[in-house]
Design a binder for this molecule. Structure first.
Ligand code: SAM
Length: 275
């Protein structure tokens, strides 16, 4: 993520409300752009790296019932729906959910059991209103947009059945949301690594995930100890993890900088469990 860090720790309630509104405005105004970019299956990282990792950690079979947080335009919900799972797919952005519904209605080869709902994952009561119990919960690339994580972890724990799993896939806090620059021997060289200059403090940042994006959005960096700490404080335990580099051979035409750093995981998939 390219970004302009500012020093905003989201602490006060009014500040959280303001940040949440900025997040919503950002996704609403860019919904058409992202829907087109993600398409039916998500971008190359989503369908080639993030979704397979989430599936491996979820380890679910046809008939399982899931809740998804921050589902975007529904790529992962459709992927699970096509495998015979029943999905309650939720997101903060009505505009992205409208794209998700439209894309799901056009699945003509089979019936899928997916219902979409507008849910703010930073509001635990809204999550509890989604029903349950669910066999599993999932959130792919959503936590960077959330100023608070405890409501989602707490809500997930309460709607999961005992032993149910909650899989979170996120940009890696140590390498991809921290303050970093790509390390190069000479300015025109390909990068050989990262120089990380900021990691331990939580902060809000304005950034873009795609250079064609018109408006920078608000993202939140938090160190791994804080991300895990919020899950543990909500009564979840960690029992699975994968660190995910970008593929060395990119699936799209353009080679991205992360494709050149196969020893550095740009993302991490975490499996929490209700015990
Ligand atoms: C990077 S997109 C990921 C979408 C989808 N999971 C994917 O991987 O394609 C981040 C998503 O988080 C959603 N989001 C941001 N804040 C949220 C919140 N508080 N509650 C629920 N969803 C939120 C946005 O609307 C957006 O759809």
């Amino acid at each position: 993520m390219s970004s302009e860090p500012n020093q905003t720790p989201p602490d006060a309630d009014s500040e959280i409300a303001q940040l949440r509104q900025q997040v919503l405005d950002g996704w609403e105004s860019e919904a058409d752009f992202f829907d087109e970019r993600w398409g039916d299956q998500g971008d190359e990282f989503h369908h080639g790296v993030f979704a397979p990792a989430a599936e491996r950690l979820l380890g679910l079979e046809s008939g399982a019932r899931l809740i998804e947080f921050a589902c975007g335009n529904g790529a992962f919900a459709r992927r699970l729906g096509r495998q015979g799972m029943s999905v309650v797919a939720t997101d903060l952005s009505p505009a992205l959910l409208a794209h998700a519904e439209r894309r799901t209605e056009t699945i003509s080869d089979q019936a899928v059991d997916i219902s979409y709902r507008t849910v703010d994952a930073t509001d635990e009561r809204a999550i509890l209103n989604c029903g349950g119990p669910f066999d599993a919960a999932v959130c792919i690339m959503g936590v960077m947009s959330m100023p608070l994580l405890r409501p989602m972890f707490g809500g997930a724990r309460r709607v999961l059945r005992p032993r149910g799993a909650f899989v979170v896939v996120t940009l890696h806090p140590a390498y991809a949301t921290s303050g970093y620059t790509f390390a190069k021997a000479e300015p025109d060289d390909e990068p050989h690594g990262l120089t990380i200059h900021r990691y331990l403090s939580r902060y809000a940042t304005h950034g873009v995930t795609n250079t064609a994006q018109k408006q920078p959005q608000v993202y939140f960096h938090r160190p791994m100890s804080e991300l895990l700490g919020d899950a543990f404080a909500s009564g979840l335990v960690l029992d699975g993890m994968e660190e995910l580099p970008a593929p060395e051979q990119p699936m799209a035409e353009a080679k991205l900088i992360w494709n050149m750093l196969p020893e550095i995981p740009m993302a991490v998939a975490l499996r929490f469990r209700r015990v």
